[in-house]
Design a protein around this ligand. Structure first.
Ligand SMILES: [Zn+2]
Length: 134
């Protein structure tokens, strides 16, 4: 079991993810685009008990497709998005994998909200692709 470390751009928030993620997904949704300032996010779904954090995050309470709140945690100093929590996935946190110190051994299993993916971006080989959420 490999632990993975990560943190925000300025280093005020650091975290460890214990063991292997429960799932890996690229999300092309418009909220991930807005929040990241990029075109998609690469996310790890991990058990809350496998996520340990030092430093404080600020929280933006977003609303998902389902109407449920999505708590988006970010560093209040440098703005890096770090994780999200939603009532649809109790006991889980969704870690923004771009904040990991390294991505060794991690590949996306699925792509979601591909209906919003930019047309010039090729599908990821080996990843199942869904137009909306799974
Ligand atoms: Zn920071």
């Amino acid at each position: 079991m490999q632990d993975r470390e990560g943190g925000c751009l300025c280093g005020a928030v650091r975290y460890t993810v214990k063991g292997e993620p429960r799932g890996t997904a690229i999300c092309h949704c418009t909220h991930c685009q807005k929040q990241s300032g990029s075109l998609f996010s690469f996310n790890l779904v991990v058990r809350e008990t496998d996520y340990q954090q030092s430093g404080e995050t600020m929280v933006f309470i977003d609303k998902g497709d389902s109407g449920h709140p999505v708590h988006r945690h970010f560093c209040g100093r440098c703005g890096s998005p770090l994780l999200a929590k939603t009532a649809l996935m109790p006991g889980k946190v969704v870690v923004k994998a771009g904040t990991l110190d390294g991505l060794d051994g991690l590949r996306p299993q699925i792509e979601i909200y591909a209906d919003h993916a930019v047309t010039w971006l090729a599908p990821v080989p080996g990843a199942a692709r869904f137009g909306q959420n799974v």
